[in-house]
Ligand binder design. Structure first.
Ligand SMILES: Cc1cc2nc3c(=O)[nH]c(=O)nc-3n(C[C@H](O)[C@H](O)[C@H](O)COP(=O)(O)O)c2cc1C
Length: 220
C-alpha cells in the first residue's frame, strides 16, 4: 500500500516537473491525465445516466478534421444489450479472437476471464456517410481516437474505470457489427468498457515518460 502511494506521488512529481507550479484547476486536469490507467475488472454498480451523458459530451468535444465529427456512439448498458455485445459462449469459442493465445500481460486466458465484466460498453463507430473521400478518408480513425481518449479521461475524472478494446481494423469490428446488428454505415473503431472499478483493482498508472523519445528541433 505504502509502495503504491509512493509510486503515485513519484508519477505526479514526474508529471509536473521539479519546478512547475500550477493553480489547483490546472493541476487537477494534469493529474487526471497522468493518473488514468486501463481498468479491466468492474463492480456491479451501474453507471449513472448523467455520467454516461457527460462522457458522451466529452467525446463529442474532440477535434475532428474539418469538424466533420464522423462518429456515432452505441451505448450498451442493459443486460440484454451487454449479452448481445459479449455473445453466447458457443459463439465466443468459434471466434478466432477468443482462441487461447499468449497474453502480453503474461496471464493465462483463464486468469483474464476471472475479471468482472463492465456494466457499460460504448462502441465508438465511424459513420461512413460523414467521412471524407479519397486519401483523407482514413482521417476518421484519428478523429475517433481523439474522441476515445476524451471518453477515457472523462470516465477517470468521474471515478469510473475504462479500457479501450480493439475494433477496426481487426475482425472484431465485423464481430461487433453482427452481434449488434449495426447498420452498414457504422464501423466500430473500438468498444470502451466502462464501470466502477472492482474493489480488488489496483489503480497503478504506468510511468511512460521517456526522454529518449523526444527530439527538440530538426534531426541533424
Ligand atoms: C488502439 C488501442 C487498442 C487497445 N486494445 C485493447 C484490447 O483489445 N484489450 C485490452 O485489454 N486493452 C486494449 N487497449 C489498452 C492498452 O492495452 C493500454 O492502453 C496500454 O496497455 C497502456 O496501459 P494504460 O492504458 O493503463 O496506460 C488498447 C489501447 C489502444 C490505444
Amino acid at each position: 500500500m505504502i509502495k503504491r502511494i509512493i509510486t503515485v506521488i513519484a508519477l505526479l512529481l514526474a508529471a509536473i516537473g521539479a519546478h512547475a507550479q500550477y493553480d489547483a484547476k490546472t493541476q487537477a486536469v494534469i493529474d487526471n491525465i497522468m493518473t488514468r490507467t486501463s481498468v479491466r475488472s468492474f463492480d456491479t454498480k451501474p453507471v449513472e445516466a448523467s455520467k454516461i451523458e457527460t462522457m458522451l459530451r466529452c467525446a463529442m468535444a474532440a477535434p475532428t478534421d474539418r469538424n466533420l465529427q464522423p462518429w456515432h456512439f452505441v451505448v450498451l448498458n442493459t443486460p440484454e444489450a451487454l449479452a448481445a455485445y459479449f455473445g453466447s459462449g458457443e459463439e465466443r469459442k468459434a471466434t478466432p479472437q477468443h482462441a487461447p493465445k499468449p497474453a502480453a500481460d503474461g496471464k493465462s486466458q483463464a486468469e483474464r476471464k476471472k475479471k468482472s465484466p463492465p456494466t457499460l460498453v460504448i462502441l465508438i463507430c465511424g459513420d461512413t456517410t460523414r467521412m471524407q473521400q479519397g486519401v483523407k478518408r482514413e482521417l476518421w480513425v484519428q478523429d475517433l481516437s481523439a474522441a476515445s481518449e476524451n471518453m477515457l479521461l472523462a470516465a477517470h475524472a468521474l471515478g469510473l474505470g475504462a479500457v479501450w478494446i480493439t475494433g477496426y481494423p481487426t475482425g472484431k469490428a465485423d464481430m461487433y457489427r453482427k452481434r449488434l446488428n449495426l447498420p452498414g454505415n457504422l464501423i466500430p473503431l473500438n468498444a470502451i468498457h466502462i464501470g466502477y472499478p472492482a474493489p480488488d483493482v489496483k489503480l497503478e498508472p504506468k510511468n511512460k515518460w521517456d526522454e529518449r523519445k523526444i527530439t527538440y528541433g530538426a534531426f541533424k
